[in-house]
Ligand binder design. Structure first.
Ligand code: ADP
Length: 267
């Protein structure tokens, strides 16, 4: 459900203002009102989407619980299906509520915990975490061996886990991490050769709750919040994230994090 502009905020009519100074002030005020209105609508949309997502999950869980109550005792197959589905849905809901809290902490400007660390080592740690979840081939390409970064290690690890998890979820072959430094930035590519994203949908994937095919991805346990969190983490570090994907061929996500954050923070 799309939230319409609320028209709660009233603008001052610009016409009829003969005083140039007043005219300029009115225009500035109206631009601020526009921005306020935009962020208000975005916030309302977010609350509506989050409620919708949580409501859907609760409805599904309730459906399976009522199945269990009616037939659970007589039918072992129904019992198994219901219990497994309730487990998967509540797991997804737990991940989603944690992700919602993460997004809220970015919005509230919770400060990052900066420290010096080696990105290559952090990336190896992420890969071994992912290997425990997916027994697959995950490669690390790192020509420079050591790559010193001054950033929030936990958040950078979370970003890498999100991208690696997506690459593994939406492909069945090798996943690659490439790290290097270019023009003062640490550059990370996470690459897969999986299902890819249709060209007309790729620009939506950083929107909260956006999933390319929600019914298909319900099975993969996705929430549509991973990439928005990854984007917030990159932006909080004054960096950027972008995605290039070809349907049926694979996806490449590029992250750039400035390496001079330690000098910038000293200023
Ligand atoms: P999710 O939890 O659903 O994976 P994300 O915000 O991480 O949510 O990603 C949004 C959507 O973008 C996913 O549902 C999926 O459709 C698409 N997507 C993200 N990464 C990939 C990838 N590596 N390959 C194919 N599709 C992807």
């Amino acid at each position: 459900q799309e939230i319409e502009s609320s028209l709660l905020f009233k603008k001052i009519p610009v016409r009829g203002n003969s005083n140039a100074e007043l005219y300029k002030m009115t225009e500035t005020f109206n631009r601020m009102i526009d921005r306020l209105e935009e962020s208000f609508v975005r916030q309302q949309q977010f609350v509506s989407d989050a409620s919708h997502e949580l409501n859907t999950t609760v409805t599904i869980v309730q459906g399976y619980a009522s199945m269990l109550r009616r037939w659970g005792n007589q039918d072992k197959e129904i019992q198994n299906e219901a219990v497994n589905s309730i487990f998967e849905e509540t797991k997804r809901m737990r991940i989603m509520t944690q992700q919602l809290l993460d997004l809220a902490s970015f919005q509230h400007g919770v400060p990052l915990k900066f420290e010096k660390f080696d990105l290559a080592e952090c990336c190896s740690e992420v890969i071994s975490n992912l290997k425990q979840l997916y027994p697959r081939d995950i490669k690390l390409y790192n020509p420079q061996r050591k790559l010193n970064l001054y950033a929030d290690r936990t958040k950078i690890k979370q970003l890498l886990l999100i991208l690696g998890d997506n690459a593994l979820k939406y492909s069945s072959e090798t996943v690659e991490f490439h790290i290097s430094s270019e023009e003062g930035n640490a550059v990370i590519y996470v690459k897969d050769y999986g299902i890819g994203i249709p060209a007309d949908e790729v620009h939506h994937v950083f929107e909260r709750f956006y999933r390319v095919d929600s019914s298909r991805h319900r099975k993969t346990g996705g929430t549509g919040l991973g990439l928005p969190i990854a984007k917030s983490i990159a932006q909080e570090h004054q960096g950027s994230i972008s995605i290039v994907s070809t349907e049926g061929a694979g996806t490449e996500v590029k992250v750039e994090i400035p390496m001079d954050l330690i000098e910038r923070s000293a200023k």
